[in-house]
Ligand binder design. Structure first.
Ligand code: C2E
Ligand code: MG
Ligand code: MG
Ligand code: MG
Length: 285
């Protein structure tokens, strides 16, 4: 029995239910079926460049439109997809879909990049680079318009191998973002070893930015050190004007969050980008 979790989303489990074999099997079956039914969809959340006020990128965020349960968020099924191995076909699909949508989008909005979340498991698979290259070629999308989001947990365990892979991605023209920065065992000192373009400060540091001096201190430090390493910074989960202003004062490069826009369907994204170009000049953003 599904229940809502207060954000119009359904959870698949009751709290305390564990991922024993049977549940995992049932979920794997459900995920497979969802895949066959075409129930997965990508939503796109815009990122604003604070200097130019342009939309510099959109982040692809997957949703599962369950035929009975409604919208299921990735936090509820990505871990299960990772456990069951289904993360591979799902990730293949995500990358293909995001590249195709980007290709279309760029006829009208050539300056917009596409940022894609990559599961650590998928990143470490042997044929990851080869498949990515093939998709880019078959869709004929510009790799310079692609950004991949990886967490520290994706690159840290096999640091040497990761440096190699990231370097290849850079050679292909793809940019690299570190997602949820600050939540892992991050030390900025290891960062210079990896060819990183962008750090995404985790939303937990942004949430109470205007109340807590500690959060402000952390955000300041991340921005300062990132900039000294020629790395640009995205603040995630920006919801208020106050947060936006603080980040502007701190010379944060880009912001993403409900203050700018929710994640949008591809159709809504076109409307949003049109509107943004018409009105942003008059707005305070
Ligand atoms: P993430 O990559 O850190 O994505 C940011 C999450 O914050 C998204 O949740 C987004 O909807 C949410 N968010 C955006 N703005 C705000 C805001 O102003 N306030 C708050 N409170 N939240 C905001 P979502 O879409 O539920 O995704 C959760 C996580 O699932 C993502 O975290 C990412 O790690 C993973 N994920 C999402 N899509 C994909 C995907 O296509 N592939 C993979 N491998 N993972 C994905
Ligand atoms: Mg992300
Ligand atoms: Mg994040
Ligand atoms: Mg996150």
């Amino acid at each position: 029995q599904a229940k809502t979790n207060g954000r119009n989303q359904f959870v698949l489990y009751h709290d305390g239910m564990n991922n024993n074999g049977r549940h995992l099997f049932q979920l794997e079956t459900a995920l497979r079926k969802a895949f066959d039914l075409g129930e997965f969809a990508l939503y796109y959340q815009p990122q604003v460049d604070m200097k130019t006020k342009q939309i510099r990128a959109v982040e692809a965020l997957i949703r599962w439109n369950h035929h009975e349960k409604g919208v299921i968020s990735p936090g509820q099924f990505i871990p299960l997809a990772e456990e069951s191995g289904l993360i591979t076909p799902i990730s293949d699909w995500i990358i293909m879909q995001a590249c195709e949508d980007l290709k279309q989008l760029q006829w009208q909005f050539p300056y917009v990049k596409m940022s894609i979340n990559i599961s650590p498991i998928y990143f470490q698979q042997i044929d990851f680079l080869e498949k990515l290259q093939k998709t880019i070629e078959s869709v004929n999308v510009n790799p310079r318009s692609l950004e991949l989001e990886l967490t520290e947990s994706a690159i840290m365990p096999h640091a040497d191998q990761s440096v190699g892979r990231l370097t290849t991605l850079k050679t292909m023209g793809i940019s690299i973002a570190i997602d949820d920065f600050g939540t892992g065992f991050s030390s900025l000192s290891y960062l210079h070893r990896f060819p990183i373009d962008v750090l995404k400060i985790d939303q937990s540091f942004i949430k109470q930015l205007s109340q807590y001096q500690e959060d402000l201190a952390i955000v300041k430090a991340i921005i300062m050190m990132a900039h000294s390493l020629q790395i640009q910074v995205v603040a995630e989960g920006v919801e208020t004007e106050k947060q936006y202003q603080i980040l502007e004062e701190q010379r944060c490069d880009f912001v993403q969050g409900y203050y700018v826009s929710n994640p949008l369907t591809i159709g809504e994204l076109y409307e949003f980008l049109d509107m943004w170009n018409h009105f942003r000049a008059d707005q305070c953003i």
